[in-house]
Design a protein around this ligand. Sequence first.
Ligand code: FAD
Length: 427
Amino acid sequence: MKQHYSVVVVGGGQAGLSMSYNLKERGFDHIVFEKNRIGYSWRSKRWDSFCLVTPNWQCKLSGYHYPGDDPHGFMQKDEIVKYIEDYAASFDPPLKEGVEVLKVQKSNSQGVFELSTSIGDYTADQVVIAAGNYHIPKVPKMAERLPENILQLHSSEYKNPQSLPAKAVLVVGTGQSGCQIAEDLHLTGKKVHLCVGGAPRSPRMYRGKDAVDWLEQMGYYDLPIDEHPQKEKVRTNANHYVTGRDSGREIDLRRFALEGMQLYGALKNVSGGNLEFRNNLKQNLDRADAVAESIKKTIDGFIEKHKIQAPTEPAYEPVWEPEEEVLKLDYEKANIGAVVWCTGYQSDFSWVEIPVFDGKGYPGHDRGVTGVWGLYFLGLPWLYTWGSGRFSGIARDASYLADCIVAKKRVLHRNRSSIVNEVALGS
Ligand SMILES: Cc1cc2nc3c(=O)[nH]c(=O)nc-3n(C[C@H](O)[C@H](O)[C@H](O)COP(=O)(O)OP(=O)(O)OC[C@H]3O[C@@H](n4cnc5c(N)ncnc54)[C@H](O)[C@@H]3O)c2cc1C
């Protein structure tokens, strides 16, 4: 006999733990399978100086809001891991660590889910996939044309400047990770060459408050995806770059350039000993600034509409402009000893062998509820709101799914009782 649970939750990050909290609160028998240890992604896939970009007050896991005395600060990596561990200790979830779910199947729409795991097979009435979204590092094929004496690593493997060769570093990509890693290297005096992509920039403090505080006050974090102007397209947008480092500040790549960082457009090719760049550095810097300015304008509009007293700020002036675009760099002459690919991740749900995915492997769902009875996803970016793939919105999503799970259990219970009655009556 396979062991059976009403609900199996796959993943013991903040999403899986929040799900467990909500199921436990509703008295629901379940198990959480975590293939590593809880908080694994924060512990193992972030660099040493990593800190949150979102303020601590947004860490509001179900039943366990940020307990520290710095709500407007930004927890560092070890504090984030501790926050997750303390969360688990606060409600003692039914958790099995070191267990990988290798396959999830469902034989027919009436049947139970069948799960193969690294410790054996299980069945479940309902399954929540809370396995994160950042599974496979995305590295462009051109990487294979770089010589072996250049160390290559993905942002998820980068730890600190000291662990790289004592040479210049090429950082590819300017999403949150790329900008923060480039800064980490730059601050220790390393020569950094940075390929600037199309990610937008966010202001940090504006008119007396963190931009996140303004957006919260404006209700942005409650905006459901179906009311967002971009609808589902917003899910694939790059995150705005800004940092929580040193109590939080803006990242202005132009300032880095003034201080000696070498900026280029997006990396186009690796060929004949050269790195080749697109002719889009100016355009990418201008666009990132335009987004930051448009966020400020929206905040200005809100302040004006609600007649809020807030200090004013001088308009942003670019501190540096590229004189002419450099389109080629000989990596040997530039003494490049390492490349950090900050080029994002791909999700991999290939082990969920149930036909709910689109051509790109993204599950079809409405607020995490898929078209297959009893199968849910949790923790995906913009699953429902901006905070769905972050600390801030996971409690709301987990609570919603727990209510759906309870409702389905009632239906299941009714169906099973009527079958038992029919059998008992001999029909
Ligand atoms: C670089 C970076 C910076 C970020 N910064 C912020 C920030 O400042 N603020 C913020 O709110 N959010 C931030 N996020 C987003 C988000 O909060 C994190 O990605 C967070 O880790 C998501 O939590 P999760 O529980 O959904 O996924 P994860 O933390 O990835 O947890 C999923 C768990 O599932 C386990 N798992 C996966 N597959 C299986 C399987 N088959 N069987 C069993 N277990 C499995 C994994 O081991 C993992 O522990 C950031 C993300 C990244 C990548």
